[in-house]
Structures are given as C-alpha cells and as structure tokens.
Design a protein around this ligand. Sequence first.
Ligand code: NA7
Length: 542
Amino acid sequence: MSEGRVELDAVVVGAGFAGMYQLIKLSELGLTAKAFEAGDGVGGTWYWNRYPGARCDVESLEYSYGFSSELEQEWVWTERYPTQPEIERYANHVADRFDLRKDIQFETRVTAAHYDDATGRWHVDTDKGDRVSATYLVMASGCLSHRQDPRDRFTGVDSFKGDWYHTAAWPKGGVDFTGKRVGIIGTGSTAIQVIPQVAKQAEHLTVFQRTANFSVPAMNRLLSDEEQDALKARYQEHRQDAKESAFGVPVPMPTKGALECTADEQFEALESRWQAGGVAPFMLAFTDVLINQGSNDVVADFIRSKIRTTVKDPAVAELLCPNDHPLGTKRPCVDIDYFETYNRDNVSLVSVRKTPIEEITPNGIRTTEKEYELDAIVFAIGFDAMTGALFDIDITGRDGLALTEAWKDGPRTYLGIMTAGFPNMFLITGPQSPSVLSNMMVSIEQHVEWLSDAIAYVRERGLDTIEATTEAQDAWVDHSIEVGNSTLYPKANSWYMGANVPGKVRVFTPYIGGVGPYREKCNEVVAAGYEGFALSSSLATA
Ligand code: NA7
C-alpha cells in the first residue's frame, strides 16, 4: 500500500491517440486506469496544433485507428488529407464512442513519477495535487509535444508590442491577421502549412527562413463516397499492407536504384509521383534514396527543378532550393500551394542564414541587415522532439535513477518500448522505434497492443514486473544507431538528430529499419518468451 495515494493499476500520461487507445486496452484487461492530459480535450498533437492550414500529411483513411471495424466503417472522412479540425472531431468521436472521458483528467500535467523499490509501484504526482500509486506507467506523452519556447531562442520576445504565437499553442478561437504585417519564423512542415494561409489574410507576410526545405505537393482533394467505400471494403487487407511496409503506409516497394535507371525512367518515376502527390512515394521512388547520395541527388534535383519553375522570381526560387542536406534527412514536407505563395505581391522571403536574427524588438524582428516592422509574429520553430516531453517530468526508476541521468548520453531503450532500470514503465512510440518515421497511428496501435499483451502475460503468470535488460537494450541501441548511420540521415542538422535544440546530444533517435521488419522483431521477442526482458517479482528483484 502507498499511504495517502489513490491506488490504480495504471497511469497513462496523455490523451492523444496513444493514450486513448491505451485506456481502451487497459479496460479490456479489467484494469483500473486513469489518463492525465494537459489539454482540456483529447487529441494530443491535434489538440494543440490548431494553426491555420494544420493538416496531416498521411492520408485520412490511413491515419485512423484500425482496431475497431465498426469505427473504421462508420467514420466518414471528407478529404484525402485530413485537416486538424476533422482529426480533432474524430478524436472526440472516439472518446465518446468508447466512453473514455470518465478515465481522463483534463487540464492536468504529470510532474513526477517515481518508482518505489519497496512496493514495486509508481508514485505519480500532478500539478493539480493528485497523488497516485500505480503498478504500470504508460508514457503516451507524444514525440512532438514539448514545443520550443521562443523566449529561450530569441532575445526580446517579451518586448514585442504586437501579438506573437507559437503554432503548437494556437488560440482556440483562431487569429485574424487581416490588415496586419506578419512575420513567420521557420520553414519546417508546420510553417509550410501555415504560410499559404496567413499570406491570404495578412497585409504583408515576411518569412524568415534559416534552412530551405524539400516539399512535394499534397494534391489534396475531396474524397468521394465511392472511393471511400471501395477502400473500406478491403480495409483490413489495406491496413495489413501498412503494417508490413517501410513507413506504415502501403506504398509499392521499388526494385531499382536511381542510378540504375535511365534519365527517362528517373523522370517518369518522379513526375508520376509529383502528379499523384504525397511524400512516402517520393522517398520510395527508388531503392536507395535514403542511403546513396548520388540517388538522393537525382530526386533532390527533380524537386529543385520544380521549385525553379514554380517560383517566378529566380532569386527567391534559389533561396527556396534546399542545398545543405540530402532529401528526407530533415522531415520532407507535403504542401498545398507553398512555393506558389512566394509569387504573391504581399509575401517576401528573408534568409536568416545570410542575415541572422539578432533580436525581437518592440516593433518587430531585427536581423543583421535591418529591422522588419511587424504587427504579429508566428513562431513555427518546432519541438524538443522524442525526449522533451519525457524529460519534462521528474521520472526516477529503480534506486532513484533519474531518466535524465540514464539518458544523459542519448536515449537508451529496448525496442523503443521500455528502458532498463524503469520496471513497468512503457513508452509508446519511444526513441529507437519507427515512431516519427512512420504513420504514427500504425506505430501507436502496435505499441499499445504489444505492451497490453505484455501486461496480460506478466499478470497471467502471477509476476509483478517486466523490465528491459541492459544487455538487450545495449544491443538494440547499437543496432538502431548502426542502421541510422548506414543512411544519409546523420548528414542533416535535424530534430531526428536532436540538432535543433542547443546542448542536446546529437544522435539519430528514431528507428529507420522499417515498420514491417521492426514489427517482426517485436513479435519474435514475444515468441521467444519476451526475450531481452526480465520478468519477475518486484520484491525479489528490488
Ligand atoms: P521543425 O521541422 O523543427 O521546423 C522548425 C523550423 O523553425 C525550421 O525551419 C527551423 O530552421 C526554424 N527555426 C528553429 N529555430 C530557429 C531559430 N532560432 N532561428 C531561425 N529559424 C529557426 O518543426 P515543425 O513544427 O515545422 O515540424 C515538426 C514536426 O511536426 C514535423 O516534422 C512533422 O513531423 C510534424 P532549421 O531547419 O533548424 O534551420
């Protein structure tokens, strides 16, 4: 017993798509569980990122739960790529349909989670004063949920007399930029979505770009009933293909490297993908886009040629052409009219690589060249990815070991699901799993099902704890980094490498071995009796 604490079987941190499905599975196991959620609604990423133009770049029929055939059959998507409002509606529908709200405490942040060696239980505290004790702790806190605070990155933010916004903390009522001079800092996936929308409203928009990014057209459209019904008729087969795929979306696998193709074959492969829209097919145009610089150049040159033909001012086009990282090694973007937006008279582009931002002033943004007077600033500067949300919580495991200490040289997990020294603590889409390099819905469902099965397995055998062994973890971390290093990813200063956060350890964090092979590995581990995990009685091992 843990004195003065509410006793539960499980605490789930976060009520996004991971946390919601986890609650469903825990309830199926007959366990008592509660999710703590910082927002006042469900949806996680899709709750917070409500900036204009926010849209998923995985197709709606694929970016949805597959665990319930009733759910997938009854829900009707309206567009090929779902907008934030539509995904948020879907999340709310799921919460209502599966009666999840009774087990979610909103507007509450978990502040600490300490493993108690004596009782083998997790002691969880929140900013609202909750004190809970639970056998299992499930971190469904998201890979991209700790946003970078502009005040940590720029001096003078608080002196700005206009309004400023972070795209990941957008006001619920929206923002009217009519008649305003707006500045946007950033040109990542988020900025590429928000820029065309703000440009339509603002009197003038100035984009402050540090790194030009690759982007391909979404070719978004409304979904017809016929198209939707046809896919729903073979939904499970389609989802199975996704589970066995490279990125969690069913895309035919290429058979030839780019340099094995003639120039005509290369063009045909790329032009057809450009016209069809979407990013995964581009990365899978040839077998070696992410591992061979020469092949990568073929695809990158094609996209640069599209930028040059789309953007009318050659100097602006040149600035927009990525030239310092291989295609795909920073998150490749999917856009609607992004490059076209620079043809508008009310949009200008500033390279802060050439003329860095010195400070935010009361009147706007000052670069080394001049001061830009602005009425509003939008910071689309990204996240402390993968580990940020975990480190926000004071997590300690066995013998009081802090997670920040255990991971001081970079995150260490076994399969991205557990970390040695932290018994019964599960990570959903954790570091060293496909996570952000995959369709998150596919990876979330796999992890929730895997860990729920593991909990059932442990309980059926009358055991108390499951924990990654250090040996298995070391081998998995080495493997994950080795696979990453065999690709072009380490060449970029990306958030995949932790390079966007000053002082963060530079290491390739997700697993790029492919969704299908990764799933197979997870299944093999189970078939071998949870190989690489120690299953035991907590008191015996404490
Ligand atoms: P990203 O992809 O991290 O993009 C952030 C952008 O902000 C990127 O262009 C950065 O330039 C820029 N940035 C960040 N800090 C600065 C400073 N200090 N000065 C100038 N420019 C800066 O975040 P997103 O929100 O777009 O996307 C994150 C993921 O969410 C996305 O990949 C999807 O998976 C969903 P940089 O490239 O670092 O030079």
